[in-house]
Design a protein around this ligand. Structure first.
Ligand code: DX5
Ligand code: ZN
Length: 226
């Protein structure tokens, strides 16, 4: 991977929702490539988070692409509403979806970018039949549902394996990682082959603000490329 190609996707799950527009504006100013929106329904994973009105509000305050990470039991039901609210991309889990290919095609039919997401316990091999149909693979580096969790180091060999598969089968496909990404873990995942980093708490819970936190993360990520 070339130097400077690591993209940052701040996850607003850890933002202060009373100041969401300000936080997202700071992330945009600091060079965020996209905003990651975690949608959680209390069924697919044991938590509840943001929904369609938040996406509509964000659409009015940022030009950055909004990628919607759907941690919900029936993603197909909500694709249209999220699209109307201004979403640019959907991240759909492999787990629990009996008709994943159909979901991916529906997202493409809406003219949006589509990603397949795999949990820490899911092997890279499941991607083989679906890789050609996606714009991005997301490897969860924590169990989905919550911010502020520690990075699971055993996902590193899988990131390497997915990078290998992408290079063989679908060059140009993004490889995003999500969970526990901070200045200590960023160089590890980039060295393993990730080129898009989601980060929530490392960006929005930093004591010295969003801009400084993003600079720190970018510098750490780029260290792995030098
Ligand atoms: C977890 C979410 C993540 C989360 C990451 O289920 O998918 O996007 O916000 O948060 P951090 O970066 O704090 O691990
Ligand atoms: Zn996420």
């Amino acid at each position: 991977m070339d130097k400077g190609l690591v993209k940052l996707a701040p996850s607003i799950l850890s933002a202060d929702f009373a100041h969401l527009g300000k936080h997202v504006g700071e992330a945009e100013q600091a060079g965020a490539d996209r905003i990651h929106v975690d949608v959680i329904d209390g069924h697919f994973v044991p938590n509840i988070s943001l929904g369609i009105p938040i996406v509509a509000s964000l659409r009015r305050v940022t030009r950055l692409p909004l990628e919607i990470h759907l941690m919900i039991s029936d993603p197909d039901v909500f694709l249209d509403a999220f699209t109307e609210a201004g979403s640019d991309a959907f991240l759909v889990h492999w787990e629990g979806n009996n008709n994943l290919h159909r979901t991916l095609q529906r997202v493409k039919g809406l003219g949006k970018r589509v990603s397949v997401v795999i949990n820490p316990a899911t092997p890279a091999a499941v991607l083989e039949e679906i890789l050609r149909d996606v714009d991005q693979v997301v490897v969860m580096t924590v169990n989905p549902g919550f911010g502020h969790q520690p990075f699971i180091h055993t996902t590193l060999p899988k990131i390497r394996r997915v990078r290998q598969m992408i290079d063989e089968i679908k060059r140009g496909c993004d490889l995003e990682v999500d969970g526990g990404i901070d200045p200590a873990t960023a160089p590890l995942v980039v060295a393993a082959g990730a080129n898009v980093l989601v980060a929530g708490s490392a960006i929005f819970s930093a004591g010295d603000g969003v801009v400084a936190a993003m600079e720190r993360l970018r510098a750490a990520a780029n260290r792995a490329l030098t």
